[in-house]
Design a protein around this ligand. Structure first.
Ligand SMILES: Nc1nc2c(c(=O)[nH]1)N[C@H]1C(S)=C(S)[C@@H](COP(=O)(O)O)O[C@H]1N2
Ligand SMILES: [Mo]
Length: 300
């Protein structure tokens, strides 16, 4: 069945903020039918109009394949994504190498339409398919001592021409606090638009943390390690002044070299107006409480 989106939303179709998580259950039920937002109907819609397949798959950041926005689309076909396994280790009850196929057999894939905001101040709306990271972590059994989750991307120079350049200290590494990782918004994406994830978007599985700047959403994950220490992360190691561990989207805190108050929506055309960036990228109701008592101006 061709995958398509409804374009006929009226203002009455917009979901009130608080109803967002209810939408999830509806989507979970519909994902298997491939109906996505069509089937959600008026009660389950929000106002997000996804970008096109072309936008999402041809304007990418994936430095293992080059630093140009079109390099990943040109080069990521070199990547072998099957077989694939993910090592889950550290403070878990069942450490080991989990085959991607075995993971997929256990997980329920659902659709999530999320805003995606790069620290470079461009944005998209992406219809992801995936499962909650919390469900994957439950498979391995998180121990009480664990406080952080560290992620690593595959490092395979023979298939990743960009790794010949030391723009980052490979492998690409990212991390979350455990409560951030367990939040129901935190997704392990395995697809977009109801299709398998294209290589340039991080096949076969990548993280999506919609309230954080895009670089936190690490691609092509081969290792997940639970620990009690804040893990080192690639962009923070490369420039700690510009890229913090938290990196929550915050329009009030500028990057040292540019404002984060507004963003350019990809696909809007050359003369499109920039739009205001939302606190926590629009997910404030769902995640602000994770940071109670933290100075959000300080933890960039
Ligand atoms: N392994 C790896 N993951 C990565 C990156 C990268 O260079 N390598 N780039 C990050 C950045 S800066 C962004 S904005 C998003 C881009 O995701 P997209 O290309 O699917 O839009 O991936 C993130 N994950
Ligand atoms: Mo980014």
């Amino acid at each position: 069945m061709a995958y398509r989106w409804t374009n006929d939303l009226t203002h009455d179709d917009v979901t009130p903020q608080g109803a967002f998580l209810n939408r999830r259950q509806i989507m979970a039920g519909m994902a298997g039918l491939g109906l996505g937002s069509l089937a959600g109907g008026a009660q389950a819609q929000d106002a997000l109009e996804p970008n096109s397949w072309e936008d999402v798959t041809s304007y990418n950041n994936y430095y293992e394949f080059g630093t140009g926005k079109d390099d990943p689309a040109d080069n990521a076909h070199l990547l072998t994504t099957s077989p694939w396994s993910v090592t889950i280790d550290g403070m878990v009850d069942r450490p080991g190498e989990y085959d991607f196929k075995d993971i997929m057999a256990e997980m329920t894939v659902e659709e999530r339409i999320y805003r995606f905001r790069c620290v470079e101040a461009w944005s998209m709306v992406v219809p992801w398919n995936g499962f909650e990271l919390a469900d994957l972590l439950a498979m391995a059994g998180v121990q009480d001592s664990a406080k952080y989750v560290a992620f690593e991307t595959l490092y395979r120079p023979s298939e990743m021409p960009g790794t010949a350049y030391r723009v980052l200290d490979w492998p690409y590494r990212e991390g979350l606090r455990l409560d951030e990782a367990m939040n129901p918004l935190t997704l392990m994406a395995t697809g977009i638009f109801g299709k398998d994830l294209p290589n340039q978007n991080g096949a076969p599985l990548r993280l999506v943390v919609p309230w954080k700047y895009g670089f936190k959403s690490i691609k092509s994950i081969v290792r997940i390690t639970l620990s009690d220490q804040e893990p080192p992360t690639s962009w923070n190691m490369s420039n700690g002044r510009e890229y913090g561990f938290y990196s929550n989207v915050n329009p009030q805190v500028s990057h040292p070299r540019w404002s984060q108050a507004t963003e350019r929506r990809i696909g809007g055309g050359l003369f499109a107006k920039r739009q205001p960036t939302l606190m926590f990228n629009g997910y404030e109701d769902e995640v602000a409480s994770l940071y109670d008592g933290m100075d959000l101006g300080k933890f960039y």
